[in-house]
Design a protein around this ligand. Sequence first.
Ligand code: PLP
Length: 362
Amino acid sequence: MKRAMNFGPGPAALPLSVLKEAQEELLDFAGTGMSVLECSHRSPEYDKVHNETAAHLRELLGVGENFKVIFLGGGASLQFAMVPLNFLFGDKTADYLVTGTWAKTAFKEAKAIGNAVAAATTEVDGKFARVPKQAECKLTPGAAYLHFTSNNTIFGTQFHSFPQTDAPLVCDMSSDFLWRPFDASKFSLIYAGAQKNLGPAGVTVVVIREDFLAAAKPSGLPTMLSYKTHVDKNSLHNTPPCFAIYLVGKVLKWLKAGGGLAAMEKRNREKADLIYGAIDRHAGFYKAPVEKESRSTMNIVFRLPSEELEKSFIAEGKKLGMVGLKGHRSVGGIRVSCYNAVELDWVKAVAQFMEEFVKKNG
Ligand SMILES: *Cc1c(COP(=O)(O)O)cnc(C)c1O
């Protein structure tokens, strides 16, 4: 078996050791004589996995019991609605930083629910080449929260320092959650769809600070759309996505065993430097649309001199075993996603391929 070098934006590569472990346990989970896929979500064996996954996450984030970890379905997209449904009611206003496709979708959803305002947007002609500077953010005094997207998966931009605000900070970290150590205690709510940097599709991790949860709409929400339901029931109000949570638990264990978030950051920076290095060495050939200060370490986007060359870059890469290099259909070009589980050797191979490609076609 030859393993693909998977640079897909999501669902994305998972650590090989995690897949092997899951494979080994697939037919007999924790001595139950059945698969975790078949196990009751109320069984003690599953319960252990469920609680350990939340504990690993708290440990990696360095937060205490005042941060509640819950596992939800519906993808990050459901959070676009759940955040305003729970926290944007009555005469409240919420600030949004509009920095890309997902941020824009989150903002649109919030506007349909309550008074959401764009505190900053970096959109120019339908494109985003950077994240805003602090001074550009027109923050609403007394806002219910400030929502931003730490990494813009499609346009390849990333916040390298977080926005400063007096309002509760809410962040969509779907595509860069746990790529490095950060001060999670500054956040009131973090959510991340697992299928980019954390595990398989099907589960979204939400981390909520207790004091923020206390400010949620007290009544009138459908049960399943209220964060309180899921916190009170430890994500077991209904059947959770057990298998996805089980895999997230294994990925978190893998992160810890590999030296934690500090080691992950070092490796991720090394990977990003390899690709940006190749882009910058051949700036006449590879065009980076993103301003340097906003460059993403997770999703590295660039253009070639023509769409024809982009097509042959993708095709030749595929022959070398590299998949998922095509940019998002809305923006075109090339995107190399370098999430935590993407191996350094794969990235070295792409960087080398970029050198050879420019020699042949430049
Ligand atoms: C992929 C992505 C989403 C959408 O995630 P779903 O789980 O498919 O709903 C939202 N935000 C960001 C930043 C993403 O990268």
